[in-house]
Design a protein around this ligand. Structure first.
Ligand code: FAD
Length: 590
């Protein structure tokens, strides 16, 4: 039996020891929130995950969604679960108080988000997109738009979407052609968008699309893209719903996973044009959309963590139950958890979960600090760190989820390949993570291009310096294996960054050839760092965490240092092989 609350203790540990929750809550912006309240909220979020949305995970996967009479129908039970989600106030957890939000730190919201995604990722995508749209509108919309739309979006009464992709414009959004035509003080949109998550559904009273489109006199490329708000139903001046707008779902995709999340082809302007309102300035749409995309990139990484946590719980239950073979030192036949290789697989999952959680929560705490720290220098430092780590957390966590949900199947043996156990659904659902919100290739290009070469390696050097501080703190802590792994990892990262800075100018293909390998190395060293910080926190016991928890943490950290950290050596070596073989074949030889 999977327990969506089981990781609560580790979440609390990561929040306190790795993300610095107590310091965050001491900021004036969070004066109304104390630690006990934050932890109680998480407890309740776990109950909601377990009792209301987890039971719909398998049935939603089997039922999927369909378009009937130009509307999307969702799986049974989803609309009722969403109603309860809204009635319980969950969408407004981190929303701005000015528009009815509770104003909790995003870091606390992220822990709740993790549990909802463990329980039912297809469901959790709907509020995830709404919260991203809320943040983008809060940052860039006019006061009038905010007043009309934000209160109902913050409460979840209306949901939000992110509408970028077109058939010929996926990674390359500069190629998008959806047309925006001026019509007085508003606009009309014409075009077809594809792959729009929760692009239409009956669960919320209205669906608010944030759409990228191009004005007819706009410059070519990404500098000619603007952001528009397009409601499914127009909103009257008194706030009531008016006419149906000219945006309709043409179909939903048949996918490998997340079947219960409708992924829509949306037609804008089949007749007079979809009425749209400009968000921010004309031709600034891409920059403004990054507010939503950066948040979503962190969250997609956490979806990977969430699925691995759940896959781990399932695999652990199976390993404790399934009897097969004999093991040294044990009489008779044993449960498979006694086999060293099964333990290796379980520890790969467990230690990754802890490292991934540390990396994601600590990064999110920097997002909170970048918004709310009292000292402007601290806000700037935190913003630079969060920007550097966004592609790493998205890329590494979503790629790691592929291996680890697959290992969840492996622990089950043949029963893992059979849908009834549920292990296969986690792998199927996880497969989208390295694709949407920018593929791993695009994250890696951002990491090496903008985040390393773009600032001449300064943000990376600052991260490496912080990691070296932990290496120094490990002196005398009797954690030699962990200290050695982190020392080696920081050296590898430094060499990789210096090599990139030295060679990228002369070889324009080099950043692209090296990028994913460098991103994966950075992810593994980041994980090593947070495991080392965890080990330091529990090495002499811990006032608030019991001895068994501390011992388990130390074992995870040591295992990660011994069995995962060395992978960074291979990634950096592969990166530094350069472009010779990668670029050798003419395209027609593939
Ligand atoms: C289930 C699902 C839900 C989605 N939800 C949404 C949504 O809500 N809103 C939305 O707007 N979109 C959504 N998308 C679209 C998603 O963001 C795109 O699929 C993704 O950005 C990749 O674009 P593409 O599919 O066109 O692939 P392509 O861009 O064609 O990429 C194909 C391959 O080429 C590589 N590649 C392309 N360009 C480069 C480059 N410059 N450098 C290096 N490698 C490159 C990619 O990494 C990839 O491996 C969703 C997609 C799916 C499948």
């Amino acid at each position: 039996m999977t327990d969506y609350q089981a990781p609560l203790k580790d979440m609390r540990f990561a929040l306190q020891e790795l993300a610095g929750l107590r310091d965050l809550l001491a900021l004036p912006a969070f004066a109304s929130v104390d630690e006990d309240t934050a932890l109680q909220v998480l407890d309740e979020a776990g109950n909601f995950a377990r009792d209301i949305i987890a039971p719909l995970n398998v049935s939603g996967d089997r039922a999927g969604c369909r378009v009937v009479d130009r509307q999307v129908e969702v799986a049974d039970g989803f609309a009722d679960a969403y109603r309860q989600f809204v009635e319980n106030g969950w969408p407004s957890l981190t929303g701005v108080p000015e528009f009815g939000g509770m104003g909790l730190p995003h870091t606390v919201g992220l822990a709740a988000f993790e549990m909802w995604n463990s329980a039912n990722m297809a469901f959790a995508l709907c509020p995830m997109l709404t919260s991203g749209a809320v943040n983008a509108l809060s940052a860039h919309a006019s006061e009038a738009l905010k007043q009309s739309y934000l209160p109902k979006m913050v409460s979840g009464e209306w949901s939000g979407t992110m509408v970028l992709t077109e058939p010929h414009a996926g990674s390359d959004l500069a190629a998008l052609t959806t047309r925006a035509v001026r019509d007085g003080d508003r606009y009309r949109l014409f075009g077809t968008k594809i792959f729009i998550t929760w692009g239409d559904h009956p669960m919320a009273g209205n669906t608010i699309h944030l759409v990228l489109a191009r004005l007819e006199d706009a410059p070519d490329g990404i500098r000619g893209v603007s952001m528009f708000l397009v409601p499914k139903y127009l909103v009257n001046e008194d706030g009531s719903l008016g006419e149906r707008n000219d945006v309709f779902p043409a179909s939903v995709e048949h996918k490998l996973g997340i079947h219960a999340s409708p992924t829509c082809v949306l037609n804008f302007g089949e007749s007079a044009g979809a009425i749209a309102y400009l968000v921010g300035e004309e031709n600034r749409g891409m920059a403004n959309m990054f507010t939503m995309m950066n948040q979503a990139r962190l969250e997609v990484g956490v979806q990977g963590l969430a699925l691995v946590e759940r896959a781990y719980q399932l695999a652990r239950s199976h390993a404790l139950d399934r009897v097969q073979g004999t093991a040294p030192g044990h009489e008779g036949r044993v449960t498979i958890v006694h086999h060293a290789d099964v333990r290796r697989m379980l520890l790969l999952m467990k230690s990754h979960v802890e490292a991934m959680r540390g990396a994601a929560y600590a990064m999110c705490a920097d997002v909170d600090r970048s918004l709310h720290a009292s000292d402007p220098a601290e806000r700037e430092r935190a913003a630079a760190r969060a920007a550097l780590l966004t592609p790493v957390v998205k890329g590494w966590l979503s790629e790691a989820a592929q291996e680890l949900t697959s290992l969840g199947i492996q622990v089950h043996g043949g029963m893992g390949f059979v849908e009834e156990t549920g292990a296969a659904q986690h792998l199927r659902d996880a497969r989208i993570l390295p694709i949407y919100e920018g593929t791993t290739g695009i994250q890696a290009a951002d990491f090496v291009g903008r985040k390393i070469l773009g600032d001449e390696g300064r943000a990376m050097k600052s991260l490496i310096a912080d990691m070296r501080q932990t290496v120094a703190e490990l002196d005398g802590a009797d954690l030699d294996v962990i200290q050695a792994a982190l020392r080696e990892g920081t050296g590898l990262l430094e060499n990789g960054v210096d090599w990139l800075l030295d060679n990228a100018v002369d070889d324009p293909d080099l950043p692209g050839a090296a990028s994913v390998n460098l991103l994966m190395a950075a992810g593994i060293v980041l994980g090593t760092w947070h495991m080392a910080r965890s080990a330091l926190a529990v090495a002499g016991g811990h006032e608030e965490f019991d001895a068994a928890f501390c011992e388990s943490k130390l074992v995870s950290a040591r295992f990660f240092a011994e069995q995962v950290s060395p992978r960074a050596i291979a990634f950096v070596r592969a990166a530094m092989s350069g472009t010779a073989s990668v670029m050798a074949l003419d395209s027609d030889r593939f």
